[in-house]
Write a new protein. Structure first.
Length: 106
């Protein structure tokens, strides 16, 4: 298995790799493209292009629907995990206050 360094890849290449990986998940779940297409409300042509690496642009909403169709939407938190409380925020009388930045205008 080849480990990719995504920070150096252009966006279209990341989307291609995501589509290829999605196809592997779908196949291991023994789901047909038709089943995923119907469940995700995504056209068969779109799904085919995504899975074959021929799509270099896909909407966020479509990716979420596809992940939901194969039961993987719960893993979305791994992409942007919830952060711990910011050190720039504090509590005063049970009220959360955010630090105010001064305008850069002079």
């Amino acid at each position: 298995m080849v480990t990719l360094t995504y920070k150096s890849l252009p966006t279209p290449d990341i989307i291609r790799n995501l589509g290829l990986r999605f196809r592997d998940y779908r196949m291991r779940l023994m789901m047909t493209r038709k089943e995923v297409s119907v469940a995700a409300r995504v056209g068969m042509t779109t799904l085919y292009k995504f899975e074959s690496g021929n799509m270099t642009d896909i909407s966020f909403g479509t990716v979420i629907r596809l992940l939901r169709a194969i039961g993987m939407v719960e893993n979305w938190d791994a992409l942007l995990p919830e952060l711990p409380e910011s050190p720039y925020m504090y509590y005063d009388n049970d009220k959360k206050i955010q630090r105010v930045r001064h305008s850069s205008k002079k």
